[in-house]
Design a protein around this ligand. Structure first.
Ligand SMILES: Nc1ncnc2c1ncn2[C@@H]1O[C@H](COP(=O)(O)OP(=O)(O)OP(=O)(O)O)[C@@H](O)[C@H]1O
Ligand SMILES: [Mg+2]
Length: 310
C-alpha cells in the first residue's frame, strides 16, 4: 500500500470562454492522497472541485503538472487506470427508460463483462446496494435517493481500486444522506479502497473524511484533518445568548477576548478567544437583561468554511 492513490504535482487548468478569454480554474494544485484515506474536497461553488475530480479520474487533462494515479503515470497508463477506478456523481444521469437492472447490465457490458460474469456481478451490486425491489423500475421513476444509490452501485461494478464521488449526497434528505454515508464508509472499509469525494455538507466532511482540502479560486488554501483545521484557524468559541431587554452591544465589543459579535433582536452571538478567561466580564454585561438561554458552541467545520471562503 505504499503507492499513493493520487500524487499530483503542480496541476494547472484553464478554460477558454466562447469569447476566447482564458479563465484559470486550477492553479498549481499539489496533493498526495493515501490509499487508506477517505479524502474530502471542500470549497465554494465554482472553486474547482469537479474540475479536479475530472482530472484525477482522467476525464480531462491538466494544462500543466504531473499526475500519478494508483502509482501509475496518468497519461501513459490511462487505459489501465480507467479500468481500475470509477466515479459517481450526485447529479447522476442514466438512460431514463432503462430499468435499474438494464442500466447496470449496460455499464457492466461497457466494462467488458459478459455472460455469467456479467449477470453475477450485476446481481452482486443489486444485493449490496439493496436495489432488489427496484430491479425492474425505470431510472426515470426512481427517487433522487435511489438514483444516487444506483450511481454508487454502478461505480462498484468494475471492482475499482479507487473511487471518486462528486457530491454524493447532493439533494438527499437527511435520513437518506446518512444511509448513503454509511454505504460510502462501508465501501471504503470492506473493499479497502480509497474514496475521494467533494461535498458542500460540513457534517458529511466531518463524519466521513480523514483529511480535507479546502479549495478556493482554484488553489488549496488549507489541507488537514477536520479537527486540525478547526484548531489551526484559531476560531473562537461562540457564546450564544437569548435575552429580553436592552443590551449594550457596543460595550460588549470593547471587552478583551471578544473576537466578533453577531447581534439580532433578542439574540447575540459572541465569538470569544478559546481561553475563556474573559467569560466573567462578558456575562456581567448581561446584568441588566433577562437571560432566557445561554449556549457555548465549539467552532465547527461550517465556521471553518465561512472563514476560509472569505
Ligand atoms: N467545461 C468548462 N468550460 C468552461 N468553464 C468551465 C468548464 N467547467 C467548469 N468551468 C468553470 O470552472 C470553474 C470551476 O468549476 P467546477 O465545476 O470545477 O467548480 P466546483 O468547485 O465543482 O463548483 P460546485 O461546488 O458549484 O460544483 C467555474 O468557474 C466553472 O464555470
Ligand atoms: Mg462541482
Amino acid at each position: 500500500m505504499s503507492e499513493k492513490a493520487v500524487d499530483a504535482q503542480g496541476i494547472c487548468k484553464s478554460y477558454k470562454s466562447i469569447h476566447g478569454k482564458q479563465s484559470i480554474v486550477l492553479k498549481n494544485i499539489s496533493l498526495k492522497i493515501d490509499q487508506s484515506e477517505i479524502f474530502g474536497l471542500l470549497g465554494p461553488n465554482g472553486s474547482g472541485k469537479t474540475t479536479l475530480i475530472s482530472i484525477f479520474s482522467t476525464l480531462i487533462w491538466p494544462d500543466r503538472g504531473s499526475l500519478r494515479i494508483l502509482g501509475m503515470d496518468a497519461k501513459s497508463n490511462k487505459e489501465t487506470i480507467r479500468s481500475q477506478i470509477n466515479i459517481s456523481t450526485g447529479k447522476s444521469n442514466f438512460p431514463w427508460s432503462l430499468t435499474v437492472q438494464e442500466n447496470l447490465k449496460h455499464y457492466a457490458m461497457l466494462y467488458g463483462m459478459h455472460g455469467q460474469q456479467l449477470a453475477g456481478t450485476v446481481d452482486e451490486v443489486i444485493n449490496a446496494f439493496e436495489l432488489e425491489e427496484y430491479r425492474e423500475m425505470k431510472f426515470e421513476d426512481l427517487s433522487t435517493g435511489l438514483k444516487q444509490r444506483l450511481s454508487l452501485a454502478k461505480a462498484m461494478l468494475n471492482r475499482p481500486k479507487l473511487i471518486f464521488l462528486d457530491e454524493p449526497t447532493a439533494g438527499l434528505d437527511p435520513e437518506i444522506a446518512l444511509k448513503t454515508r454509511k454505504l460510502i464508509r462501508g465501501i471504503h472499509k470492506e473493499q479497502e479502497i480509497p474514496v475521494i469525494l467533494s461535498t458542500h455538507n460540513m457534517l458529511e466532511a466531518e463524519m466521513l473524511c480523514d483529511r480535507l482540502a479546502f479549495i478556493r479560486k482554484g488553489k488549496i488554501v488549507a489541507l488537514d484533518t477536520p479537527d486540525a483545521l478547526k484548531h489551526q484557524l484559531k476560531l473562537g468559541e461562540k457564546v450564544i445568548v437569548h435575552y429580553v431587554g436592552k443590551l449594550e452591544i457596543k460595550e460588549l465589543e470593547k471587552l478583551p477576548g471578544v473576537l466578533n459579535i453577531i447581534a439580532s433582536p433578542g439574540k447575540v452571538e459572541i465569538v470569544v478567544d478559546r481561553t475563556n478567561e474573559n467569560l466573567d466580564s462578558i456575562i456581567k454585561k448581561f446584568a441588566e437583561v433577562r437571560i432566557l438561554d445561554i449556549k457555548i458552541k465549539e467552532p465547527d467545520l461550517e465556521d471553518v468554511f465561512i472563514e476560509l471562503a472569505r
